[in-house]
Each structure stands twice: as C-alpha cells, then as structure tokens.
Design a protein around this ligand. Sequence first.
Ligand code: ATP
Ligand code: MG
Length: 560
Amino acid sequence: MSEAVESLNFIEHIVEEDLKNGYSTQDLRFRFPPEPNGYLHIGHASSICLNFGLGLRYNAPVNLRFDDTNPAKEEQEYVDAIKKDVEWLGFKWDTERYASDYFQQLYDWAIELIKQGKAYVDEQSSEVMAEQKGTPTQPGTNSPFRDRSIEENLAGFQKMKDGEFDEGTHVLRAKIDMSSSNMLMRDPIMYRVLHKVHHRTNTDWCIYPMYDWTHGESDYIEQVSHSFCTLEFAMHRELYDWFLDQVIDVKKLRPKQREFARRNLSHTVVSKRKLLQLVEQNVVTGWDDPRMSTLSGLRRRGYTPESIRNFVETIGIAKRDNLIDVSLLEFHVREHLNKISPRVMGVLDPVKVVITNYPEGEVEWLDTENNPEDSSAGTRQIPFSREIYIEKDDFKEEANRKFFRLKLGGEVRLKSGYIIKAESCTKDTDGNITEIQCTYDPKSKSGSGTEESLRKVKGTLHWVSVAHALQAEVRLYDRLFTDESPDTHKDKDFMEFINPDSLKVITGFLEPSLSGAKPGDRVQFQRLGYFCVDPDSTTEKLVFNKTVGLRDTWAKLQSK
Ligand code: ATP
Ligand code: MG
C-alpha cells in the first residue's frame, strides 16, 4: 500500500476499493443532500467537506440536492442560506437539484409498485399502524388493508393525489415484510397526505413522498455513485436497497449508501430543530447570531472558511459518534487569523493616562507595523498625544516583580511609542483609579535608533490617544451553553443549560485607522484577541464582534 493510500479515511477507502473492483473514475458522482428546514451548522461542514472533497480528489461532479419532501418545515429562505454557506466554504456544485423535481417520477414508480402488488393504501390511523408494527423482538401484524386489490389501491392512491382525503387519514405503504427483524422493513410509509403549499411545487401536490422512498431514488435518478450519510441511516440501508431493487435498470449505475459518524461540538447543539428553537424563543438574535453553531453564525463571528475546513480536516471522518471540544475549532480560527489579521490597538476597559511632561495640544504620528507575521502588510501611523487610554488591569499601584505591566514608580513601553513611568494616580471616593499620571522619556521612541541603542523595559502595553479614539460597540461572547453536552441529558432539556452571560456588550476605544472598517473586516486588537466588524456596523457607529481570544485553551486542554 502506498503512503497516500494509508492516509485515506475509511470513506475514501471504500471509493478506492470500488475503483479497484470495476468502477471507473467516470462513474463517480457525489452529492450533498441538505433538507432546507434550517441553516447549515458546523456538523454539516463535515459532510460538505467529505462529499465535495471526494469530488475534488477524483475530479468527479458533486450535486447540491435539496431534500425537500416536507413542505411543513421547508422554506426558500433556507435554500438560499444553504447555497450561500456551501459557496462560502469554498465549494462548487455540479448541478443544483431538488427532490421535488422528481415528484412525478416517484409517483409514476409508486404506481408501478402498486401494479406489481408491492404497495397498498392504508386507511388506519398512525396510532393503530404503530401498534401493529410490533417491537424489535416481536413481529408486527398485517394491516387489514394489506391485501386489497390492485384496482382498489390504484383508485385509492388516485384519490389521495386528487386531494379527496384529509391529512392523516390515508397513506401509501410498501408491502414488504411485517415480521422483518428490521422494523423499517415492516411495510414502511411511502406517501402521506399533506395539504400544504410547497416552496417549489406550490399546490401541485397534496401527497408527499417520505424521505426513505425519496432519497435513494433521487440518488439513482442523478446516478450518484456513493451516497454518504450519517450513522442513524445505517438501518435504513436495507430499505434503501429494497426500493432501488424495485426500479433499477441493470444497465445503469446502482448508488451505494455508506455511513459515517455525526459530528458533535461541545457547549453547543448541532441540530437544525434545536437551533430553530433558539431562534424562535429569541435566545439568540437569529440563525446568524455569532453564538450559534451555524456556518452563518460562525461567519458573522469572524471565522474564515479556511479555518473551518482545517478543523474538519483535523477531526477527520469517524465510524463512531463522539464529542469534539469547541476549543479545537477556536484553535484553528486563531491559527488562521494570526496569519492574516492586521494588528491594531483598541482599549476595551479604559483608564486615562496623562503624560505630564508631554506638551499640551501636541500630536505625533508614530509608525507601526500592520502584521509582524506578514512583512508585505506594511506599516501605518497612529497618533500619540498627552492623554491616552490603557486597560485598567494593566495598572496596579503596587505589584510584585512578576507584574510586567505598569505600577507606581515602574516603567513600560507603549507599543510603537515611548517608555513611560507611572508617577501618581487619582481615585474617586470609592477608591477606583480614575487617572494615572506618568512621565515619558523623549529619547525612548520606538524605531528612533538601533535595537541596541534603545533602552529596554520588560512590559509593552497597547494604548490609544484619547483625543483620537473612535468609540465602538464591542460584543463579547461566551459559550452559549454552560454544559459541555447540553442535549444529552435524560432528565433535563437542553434549554436549561443556556448560559445567561453568553453576550456582553461594551464600548471600546479604538485607534482612528479603523474609521473606515467595513462589515466582515477582521483585525487583531493587540494583546486582546481577534475581532471582526459586524454587519450592524455603520459609518456612524462601528460594531465589532470578538471572534476569539489570543490564548490557546486547546493546547492547555491537551497537556492536562
Ligand atoms: P439536523 O438534525 O441538524 O437537521 P440532518 O441530518 O437532519 O441534521 P440534513 O439537512 O438532512 O440534516 O443533512 C444533510 C447532510 O449532512 C446529511 O447527509 C447528514 O447526514 C449530514 N449531517 C448532518 N448533521 C451532521 C453532523 N452533525 N455531522 C456530520 N454530518 C452531518
Ligand atoms: Mg433532518
């Protein structure tokens, strides 16, 4: 086995095996099949990268197929959002498909099945049918409608289609085996009556095919070679194959379903249904709230597509469900942002510093580099004046030798500026420090001499000139859930673990170079973390989201 083959994941191995055993690369075709009943989340990214990744590896087409068989929950808004997210992740689909485009074909096949005595119309309630299903250890019992004549079934199915029945009164069932050890084979429902408007077919249909009947046949219609899905469909594979057997033309390619593990991320939920609940109950501001595990939320938060792809690549494809710590995702975005983000200065919890020996009214523009990780990023100028802001916690009246920030009698360097020394401070009646008085050393300006000739001090602080500072709304985020795995508790609903402090909105003071910042722009506020301009931002009012802090909690977790 070559080295390249050894590093394949087990799904890629399946494809390699098939290529060895007679498939040609021309036969390969994949699909990503979302149901448009919500926005895509980070779990979907695994499936997208897997399917589109295979397409790239084998130069094979990948369809984007909307599994739109349930008009009660599906909407055009979701279709649009899904397309935007897949594109944003960096993938191109071959063709855009809809299961609803196959409604007529599926209907025609259903008629064929009825004619072959392999499907029947059942008029029992869902409760009664559920009772007749039996249990995994007990066989089911036949429906009294199971043996009605073909003519009766054709007429009944026609009436279902013509809208003569109410919802829940009639279904079309496949006639398979009520005593199969696989419960899904016990005469599964193929069609139900739904008097709902469909986002694409409008009111053309009032019967809708079930997922199991639709999915495999759609793969077959599109001649998808490999249909990869998550593990919960493993038991459905037998039915997938049974349905295919009924319609297949042996001259055509037979799609193959294989399963991989669903990806779960800690401190969040990855289920469209649960994410919808967060939106509907206004726990978050929308599907793209930066605290959401949705791709649109991560994008708004400042995540890059590269960082998500790298994360997905790192976690790989697994055969068993497991929980991935969110700090691994944060590690990847931090790593990418470190390379691409311009460095700027902003003070988020300010205290004023007055430099008493600096002339009043004077302004100096200091050169500073845009990104030490990227020499092509160039430099810019930042204003320095007699009054500046620094972070409150960068100053202590007294501190031990290990405190390399500012303390009374101590010195620090202002980033790209001068060395200052704290001489005294002023407090309010509650003892809070309201102002620090410092002196500066005029001969210590950064870049004013050679490295050696410049005096060195231990600490360097970020700062902004008070007179030039831009005020911005800064949104700081914490985990949306306090529990690592909120939706796995038997006795508690996931909503009980919502973190009440997941959003904190503050006012930050930023260097003036940010005045033209546009939604989507990403920067590093030096010493604080990575931030991104929110779509709510306007020229009058800048709004920043904190993407992630600078400290790597993932590495810490690993070394525990
Ligand atoms: P949800 O429960 O969030 O609605 P779903 O599986 O019902 O998820 P689909 O729209 O049917 O959502 O998913 C499209 C594809 O993405 C499917 O092939 C599905 O198996 C895959 N997928 C969904 N969630 C995950 C996940 N957490 N990890 C990996 N793949 C996933
Ligand atoms: Mg689903």
